[in-house]
Design a protein around this ligand. Structure first.
Ligand SMILES: Nc1nc2c(ncn2[C@@H]2O[C@H](COP(=O)(O)OP(=O)(O)OP(=O)(O)O)[C@@H](O)[C@H]2O)c(=O)[nH]1
Length: 469
């Protein structure tokens, strides 16, 4: 467990990275046009900067201050992770900067962790990337369910470490009731059962809304790509309180502040937030999902699969990609995001790719990102749309594309010309896009809209016809 200075003072953190750990995670980035892996010096430089930028962003997301960064090229030292000289340099840097934490940008074995921590000045906590991510998730978990998910992820992280660090005697007794390993396993079992038994309240809320004829649109993509900002832009301001109050009254655990400001911090969205919006008069629920993260610990992906699977249940998934990322990162993240959607069985024709933050790019750079995206996207996906959510660029085109991809049918409703027919016409105007209404002895309404709504209108038309026969 990491030690903090005080509740209000940020930890002073020294970041330690090994650069071939970056090369490992960026292998796909480095493939140049000749197919060689390794790339140019400039690419290496970019990847190194990307890596140190990302771990620094994670440290800040945990509320810490980065006071120094130590990098090492070359192979991992199995005993202490960094080479002996680097461990000494790290200890000196910690002392010189009055730091109280070291974050290692990789996963440490228990013995590496122990060796490194012992080599640091007294009271310096050493944590690896996985533990840091867990800490951030823990701080951001608002609802009871999210807290249980984080606890489960922490225990899954602790278990192999506990087993590895246990001595022979304890290992032999690890299945005995009352042993730490037994207790952790028992708690993991109980948490898994609890999470399975209790369907996510937000999912129940959305299922009911779907029954009421709302279409479900999900924003998915990497953390910090701009999903929450888009959600806010799409949300119909007048309807927000309505959607949230319904959500709260049916959701015993959602204590997340639904109007939380969008901040430039990673992991802003640890649970899904759902807002109501109207696109061309059609009511939709727009849901934000947990942002993808490079090298997200596997257990965490599993623990948060419920929120990631939002995408699988949606009628349309807006895949938000940060187009202002360097090209290699943009390409790699797009590929990962598409893989994640594929794993969530999102049909290709439901994907609407939004290349966000084009306000940060020149016209040439923007065109280049579009070409890269078009080459990677499945044929059935919508054409990628360059947008700036912040400046409102191309949002109407994005909305039109979402609308085109929502399930839509046409209906011809015919009823006797009576008062009830007028009520039906007004309902059709409310919930669908009405193309024509012909008045005669009968009233004929031709309209387009969500299949579920058309089904309801047809049933109502049948009732009116039966009553006036
Ligand atoms: N320049 C620019 N910045 C943007 C744009 N859209 C969003 N941002 C900024 O990008 C940062 C991240 O935006 P969010 O909406 O929180 O990103 P997110 O994808 O929801 O992030 P997570 O919740 O961490 O998954 C914020 O500082 C936004 O102001 C844009 O079009 N242009």
């Amino acid at each position: 467990m990491s030690r903090s200075r005080t509740h209000n003072t940020p930890n002073r953190t020294v970041v330690a990275s090994r650069l071939d750990a970056a090369a490992k995670s960026n292998e796909t980035d480095d493939t140049d046009q000749t197919g060689q892996v390794g790339g140019t010096d400039q690419t290496d430089q970019t990847n190194q900067t990307d890596q140190t930028d990302e771990i620094a962003a994670l440290v800040r997301a945990a509320g810490d201050e980065v006071v120094a960064t130590i990098t090492q090229a070359g192979r991992e030292n199995p005993g202490s992770y960094l080479g002996h000289g680097k461990v000494d340099e790290l200890a000196e840097t910690v002392a010189a900067t009055d730091a109280n934490r070291v974050v290692v940008d990789d996963e440490l074995t228990p013995s590496q962790h122990h060796t490194l921590e012992s080599a640091m000045p007294a009271d310096t906590a050493v944590l690896d990337r996985h533990r840091l991510v867990l800490e951030i998730f823990e701080a951001g978990a608002g609802s009871r369910r999210a807290k249980l998910q984080v606890e489960l992820a922490q225990l899954r992280y602790d278990l192999p470490r506990l087993i590895e660090s246990a001595d022979e005697g304890l290992l032999n007794k690890q299945t005995e009731k009352g042993s730490p390993v037994y207790d952790v396993r028992d708690r993991i079992d109980r948490l898994e059962r609890k999470l399975e038994e209790r369907p996510e309240p937000a999912a129940r809320f959305r299922e009911r809304r779907r029954e009421e004829g709302f279409d479900l649109v999900t924003c998915a993509g990497y953390t910090n790509a701009g999903k929450s900002t888009l959600l806010h832009r799409l949300a119909d301001e007048l309807s927000i309180s309505d959607a949230n109050s319904s959500s709260k009254s049916n959701d015993d655990s959602s204590d997340k502040d639904a109007t939380a400001a969008v901040r430039d911090r990673l992991f802003e969205t640890l649970e899904t937030t759902t807002r109501r919006a109207t696109i061309d008069g059609r009511p939709v629920l727009v849901t934000d999902t947990v942002g993808f993260v490079d090298d997200l610990p596997h257990d965490l992906v599993e623990s948060f699969s419920a929120t990631l699977s939002e995408a699988g249940a949606a009628d349309v998934v807006v895949l938000v990609v940060d187009a202002s990322d360097p090209e290699s990162r943009f390409r790699a993240r797009l590929e990962v995001a598409l893989d994640v959607l594929d794993a969530q069985t999102v049909a290709d024709d439901r994907i609407v790719p939004a290349l966000n933050k084009v306000d940060c790019l020149s016209a040439d750079e923007s065109a280049r990102r579009l070409t890269i995206a078009a080459a990677h996207l499945p044929d059935a996906a919508a054409d990628p749309i360059p947008v700036s959510v912040l400046e409102g660029t191309n949002l109407s085109r994005l909305c039109e594309t979402i609308l085109e991809r929502l399930p839509t049918e046409t209906a011809n409703l015919r009823v006797p010309n009576c008062d009830d027919a007028m009520a039906l016409v007004s309902r059709a105007y409310d919930r669908t896009s009405v193309e024509t209404v012909d008045y005669d002895d009968t009233v004929t309404i031709r309209c387009r809209g969500p299949p579920r709504i058309l089904e309801q209108l047809r049933a109502r038309a049948d009732r009116i016809t039966a009553e006036h026969r």
